[in-house]
Design a protein around this ligand. Structure first.
Ligand SMILES: [Zn+2]
Length: 996
């Protein structure tokens, strides 16, 4: 299962502020200016501006230091506002640029000090005051920010930086009505002034967007994206800030592909733009790609030390991997730079909760209810908890601290503390009803918790205020789809399904869950959920595939890599009937139900790896053959995860193998636990998690061992497993042309390399050279597999399979056969129906390479021709377990049981077919036959389903007739027998029924 979590978004304004909060990455820029000891040559204002926009900060700094001593006309200054009544002089323009360089290279405080000094000399210049206000805000100095902004506005009503700062300050101090007015100013300003300069356009865009987020602002989103950003770039093609804003806006709506394009375009102009790099880090974090997100954040910090958002991103990743202390360290660094940032504060609260837990839920309730008047809170009897102090301090500055609460909610939700997260989202909306992000998150969370009707109302509201949010929009569509679904309720489950496509599946799933899953698992875990578990089966419809609906259900986006998943409160599946390949739905549903039980039982306080380990263990199948091969490869070179990073294997695996291996390793951690401490250890550990303990504490308390010792023992255990694996690993190394040529240069008479060279020639269609090389190799080593395969390929191209087979077989070393050779040979033997040889070599392959299930699959094809029924049955039984996504082996096994009149196996394997494919008529028929003697009622139903699915199945009609006859329903028995005879005039059983 892929965890269904949502990191949520960092509200945009803290994310960036163009012209200012940017920064750099360490590309060494070529320096156009001369070294300091030479006199600086003249540089133009335009050149300096280009350095700045392209992130050549060192050159820009040098240029502006030079230029600030020069005079300039308004036309000299790129980007300067056209109609300002208080135009900047050259030196002031240069100082402002230098402050921006400070900011973009991580010196926020220095940028502020620079403006402060400027103000002392130029208090008559509103832009200086406006920017001073803005920098003060970025440094968390809200008082200075407010007074400077007001001063600036008194001098020049349209001082945009002051306007923006003032709206921010109002918002940050809970004066929401004034903040709203402040944002609305920008919409009016744009309509009134129709600005043309890039910076003015972007400020108008930022303000209008903030306004739009609080209102129904569909047109404004459109307008910002398609007009303002586009116009800004027309006015100034170097103005990457416009790309950045578009990217951020798109990312906010979960349109990641387009967002990435915009970020790329911004970086093409300024590869060191901090806000853009952080935007990309943010996008990675949305996918739980913490490695990438951390890499980008660290890159940012290297070049812009102290950039607060980089610290908060690192903190998110640490919170995710349950390291609240380390997260708090990062957050304190962010706080030191900007103490009033609500994102930082919200994450601090989450980290403190993660570290300390919540001692009293009633006290949390009171605090959240009084958050907008904390001064009235009665003094608590005992000292406040750390998180309470943080919240109260934040609420004293901002009585409408919805952003703080919402951020805490997101972090708690990420940690699957759904109920707590909901409390924080609701509290956020109570004090700040216009907070779209909280409304979106609450609606989506409610859906994850399977409260569909409630979610519908919330998501409708969320959609109204944020119509571009892709996840919200998709989840609303999912709910509409669900509305058309049927419901099947049992004692412990509520199954929702598409009646036209999945009626049969829902019936069998219900039966399977109630009979074979629920009693067994509930007993094993000693836990019963308090409510019935909802299971939603998505099928194709309304232009979407089953898998797309399923994915949209789980994450609001059309790409989840599994076919089944659970939030812990509900389970969703893509219907096997809606996929190209059916899958073993029974295995998946059992796996997911283990998640439901273990997550609920521990109140979601269970590491991801452990719930997966228990889920895999309970699937009831042997370890997949491919896992053994991965173990053989990875264990010796210690290419392994450990308990500190295993959880990430499920979320940000490098590739499919890595992802699968996380399951394998988790399963083996559980096995190791059992081997070392006995079977009850599994339950003990669960109970420890339920009590809120960490793995480390649990190991110490329960088993008197520490993590280090446990990990060391686990590695020994893996070594032991690998040493005991039968047979050999399959080799599948690929060699490039260069590898081969280099190796042959060193060892021209090495058969193996000659053989590989021959293979490459075959691929290049250079037959003669290939043949020559291969023969040379075989002269040196008659068992050289690659050379034999190369020659065989040439024979096959000449359509001479006999010759090919001969070359391959003569190269086989029966004491040490080559895997590739056998793999190439077996299909040829089967194609040419050489059953004896095929049997011989398939058997050899199976014993030598047991991790390669393909030889067993070959045996299933060969054995029917060799009259070795016991062995054939054994092979089919093995494949029923190892190839447990395929129904055909199970069906074949059931059919043999039919021929042998072996009723129990007939019923058993037929039922196993239905666990993969409920629409297979023969399986229903064979199940019916198998059950006839023991459960006649069920058998009658199975006969009827079989004949409905395939009304030409004579034997099913006949069997039905026999059973009805035995039950004394003579007339019906006659009817069925007649139908059987109509299909097969000689059907013995039907004839017998009629003759009776
Ligand atoms: Zn799972």
């Amino acid at each position: 299962m892929r965890a269904v979590l949502d990191i949520g978004l960092i509200s945009a304004k803290y994310f960036f502020c163009f012209l200012l909060v940017l920064f750099c990455e360490g590309g060494v820029a070529s320096r156009n200016l001369c070294a300091a000891d030479e006199p600086s040559p003249p540089v133009t204002w335009r050149e300096a501006y280009e350095h700045l926009q392209k992130g050549r900060y060192e050159e820009a700094e040098e240029a502006y230091e030079f230029l600030k001593k020069q005079s300039a006309t308004k036309d000299d200054l790129p980007g300067e506002f056209a109609n300002s009544p208080h135009p900047l002089t050259g030196p002031l323009y240069a100082e402002i640029a230098l402050a921006r360089i400070d900011l973009e290279t991580g010196h926020r405080a220095r940028a502020y000090e620079r403006l402060e000094a400027l103000k002392k000399l130029h208090s008559e210049q509103p832009r200086i005051l406006g920017l001073l206000a803005w920098y003060a805000f970025l440094n968390g100095k809200l008082d200075v920010a407010e007074t400077s902004a007001q001063e600036a506005i008194r001098m020049e009503a349209d001082e945009l930086w002051a306007r923006r700062t003032l709206a921010e300050v109002y918002q940050a101090t809970g004066r929401l009505k004034q903040a709203d007015e402040g944002w609305r100013y920008f919409v009016r300003y744009y309509n009134r002034v129709q600005p043309e300069k890039a910076e003015e356009l972007l400020l108008a865009a930022e303000g209008s967007l903030a306004y739009a987020r609080w209102h129904t602002g569909k047109q404004i989103f459109d307008f910002v994206l398609n007009t303002l950003c586009v116009d800004a770039l027309k006015a100034d093609p170097l103005f990457w800030q416009a790309h950045e804003l578009s990217g951020r806006l798109l990312l906010e709506k979960y349109n990641k592909p387009q967002a990435q394009q915009e970020f790329q375009a911004a970086l093409a102009i300024n590869p060191r733009a901090v806000t853009v790099l952080l935007g990309r880090a943010q996008a990675a974090a949305q996918d739980y790609d913490w490695d990438e997100s951390n890499r980008l954040a660290r890159e940012v910090l290297k070049n812009a030390p102290g950039e607060p958002l980089a610290h908060t991103l690192l903190a998110r990743s640490l919170l995710f991997s349950n390291q609240p202390e380390a997260a708090l360290e990062q957050l304190q660094l962010a706080k030191a730079i900007c103490p009033t940032d609500p994102i930082t504060t919200g994450l601090i609260v989450a980290a403190q909760i993660q570290r300390d837990g919540i001692r009293s839920l009633p006290r949390l309730k009171v605090l959240l209810e009084s958050i907008d008047h904390v001064a009235d809170l009665p003094a608590a009897a005992d000292a406040p908890e750390a998180y309470e102090s943080t919240l109260i301090a934040a609420a004293k500055i901002n009585s409408a601290c919805g952003e703080v609460l919402s951020t805490t909610g997101e972090a708690l939700e990420m940690h699957r503390k759904f109920e707590l997260a909901e409390k924080f989202y609701r509290a956020a909306l109570a004090v700040m009803p216009q907070l779209t992000a909280a409304r979106n998150n609450l609606g989506m969370l409610t859906l994850q918790m399977a409260r569909v009707d409630e979610a519908r109302t919330m998501l409708d509201q969320a959609f109204k205020s944020d119509p571009y949010h892709m996840r919200v929009s998709n989840m609303r569509k999912v709910i509409r789809q669900l509305d058309g679904y049927a419901t099947l309720s049992t004692d412990h489950f509520v199954i929702r399904y598409d009646n036209a496509q999945d009626e049969l599946l829902a019936r069998y799933m219900a039966k399977f869950l109630e009979n074979e899953v629920y009693p067994q698992l509930v007993q094993q875990f000693g836990y019963e959920p308090s409510t019935r578990t909802t299971i939603e089966i998505y099928s194709k419809g309304n232009g979407q595939t089953a898998h797309e609906w399923f994915s949209a259900r789980m994450v609001g986006l059309p790409w989840v890599q599994t076919i089944g998943a659970s939030t812990g409160m509900m389970i969703a599946l893509a219907s096997p009937n809606g996929l190209n390949e059916p899958y073993n739905w029974s295995r998946v549903i059992r796996h997911e139900y283990v998640h439901v039980l273990t997550l609920q039982q521990t109140q979601f306080n269970i590491p991801h790896w452990y719930t997966e380990a228990l889920a895999v263990r309970n699937e009831g199948y042997p370890r997949p053959a491919e896992w053994n091969d991965m173990l053989r490869k990875r264990v010796p070179r210690r290419d392994l995860r450990n308990l500190s990073n295993l959880n990430l294997g499920f979320i940000s695996a490098k590739n499919g193998d890595d992802w699968n291996f996380a399951y394998c390793q988790s399963d083996l951690y559980a096995n190791y636990l059992v081997e070392r401490f006995g079977e009850p250890a599994l339950e003990k550990l669960l109970l420890a998690y339920r009590a809120g303990k960490t793995t480390e504490v649990a190991l110490k308390e329960l088993f008197q061992t520490d993590i280090k010792d446990f990990e060391a023992g686990y590695l020994d255990y893996l070594d032991k497993i690998v040493a005991q694996l039968p047979g050999q690993a399959q080799a599948n190394t690929e060699y490039s042309k260069n590898d081969v040529e280099a190796a042959l240069e060193k060892e021209p008479r090495n058969a193996e390399w000659l053989g590989r060279a021959a293979m490459l020639k075959v691929k290049d269609r250079r037959r003669d050279e290939a043949r020559k090389l291969a023969r040379e190799a075989l002269e040196i080593d008659p068992h050289c597999a690659t050379a034999a395969i190369a020659l065989a390929e040439l024979d096959l191209r000449g359509e001479a399979p006999e010759k090919a087979i001969q070359k391959l077989t003569s190269a086989i070393d029966s004491t040490q056969p080559d895997h590739q050779l056998l793999q190439r040979l077996l299909p040829l033997l089967i194609q040419t129906k050489r059953w004896d040889d095929a049997l011989k070599y398939a058997s050899l392959a199976e014993t030598t390479f047991p991790s390669d299930i393909s030889s067993t699959i070959a045996l299933a094809e060969i054995l029917p021709h060799r009259m070795d029924l016991p062995r054939y049955k054994a092979v089919l039984e093995k494949l029923s377990l190892y190839e447990n996504e395929e129904s055909e082996y199970r069906l074949q096994r059931a059919e043999i049981a039919w021929k042998e009149n072996d009723l129990p196996n007939m019923a058993r394997y037929a039922a196993m077919v239905l666990e993969i494919d409920v629409t297979e008529p023969k399986a229903h028929w064979l199940l019916a036959e198998g059950l006839s003697g023991v459960k006649p009622e069920e058998a009658l139903e199975e006969f009827s389903i079989a004949c409905k699915l395939d009304d030409e199945l004579a034997e099913a009609w006949a069997g039905w007739a026999v059973l009805l006859h035995a039950l004394g329903q003579l007339q019906e028995a006659r009817q069925k027998a007649e139908t059987a005879l109509a299909l097969d005039a000689k059907n013995a059983r039907a004839l017998k029924v009629l003759n009776k």
